[in-house]
Write a protein that binds this ligand. Structure first.
Ligand SMILES: C[S@@+](CC[C@H](N)C(=O)[O-])C[C@H]1O[C@@H](n2cnc3c(N)ncnc32)[C@H](O)[C@@H]1O
Length: 211
């Protein structure tokens, strides 16, 4: 088996021992992405928040220390679901967190459920972008906040493993994709120059009247 392809697969859908290692590495190298996302989330105790593609659940644990009303997460990897549950047993037992096995294309939540939704380093792996954005929009409250934290195309192109299974978008493409799928007030906040960004957007209110 091609080693680079195997490593790339451990970022796309971490499983087994390789998945444990790759997610621990992510916890270290993504620290700035985590902290900028937390700043922008501006968490209050009234917030219901979703993490899409939580990996080993380290970011969920950090967020839960800010005591939002409730935290939810989804991931496609069964092994990551187990790891994230193990890491967050206290919050889960206190009914402050719920985690599910699910794909961003088909989110198991009611319409207008979340105040804030974020995802870190997952957008490269989504399959049908229209479906994914439309699901996020459906479950986010009107005017709710969506943060897509990711590496720039320039940075991804420096990493050899991204030849396998990574979709790479320019910032303009990501901005357009977000706007074309019904989000407004799209803003790009740089985390590290030319390396990583948060794409911030609001769920456009439908039927708002301008006077
Ligand atoms: C590169 S890891 C990032 C993990 C975590 N967000 C972090 O930054 O530490 C990508 C994660 O997204 C999950 N993932 C990939 N495609 C997904 C999809 N279509 N729906 C939900 N989760 C997905 C993977 O299983 C993996 O846990």
């Amino acid at each position: 088996m091609n080693t680079l392809k195997y490593i790339a697969g451990q970022f796309e859908k971490p499983t087994g021992f390789g998945g444990q290692i790759s997610t621990l590495i992510m916890n270290i190298i993504n620290r700035k992405m985590y902290s900028k996302t937390i700043d922008i989330l501006n968490i209050t105790n009234k917030d219901t928040i979703l993490d899409i593609g939580f990996g080993n659940g380290k970011m969920l644990k950090k967020i839960s220390s800010f005591n939002p009303q409730k935290l939810y997460g989804i991931d496609i990897s069964e092994d990551m679901l187990k790891s994230a549950i193990q890491l967050n047993t206290t919050a889960i037992s206190a009914n402050k967190m719920e985690l599910f096995l699910a794909d961003v294309q088909n989110l198991p939540f009611a319409d207008n459920f979340f105040d804030k939704i974020y995802t870190i380093n997952t957008v490269y792996f989504w399959q049908n972008y229209e479906n994914c954005f439309s699901e996020i929009k459906r479950i986010l409250k009107p005017d709710g906040l969506f943060i897509n934290t990711c590496l720039t195309k320039k940075q991804l192109e420096k990493l050899i493993i991204t030849k396998y299974g990574f979709n790479k978008f320019t910032l303009e493409e990501l901005k357009n994709l977000t706007e074309q799928n019904g989000f407004s007030d799209v803003d790009i906040v740089e985390i590290e120059k030319d390396k990583s960004v948060c794409i911030i957007a609001k769920n456009k209110k439908i039927g708002s009247v301008l006077i």
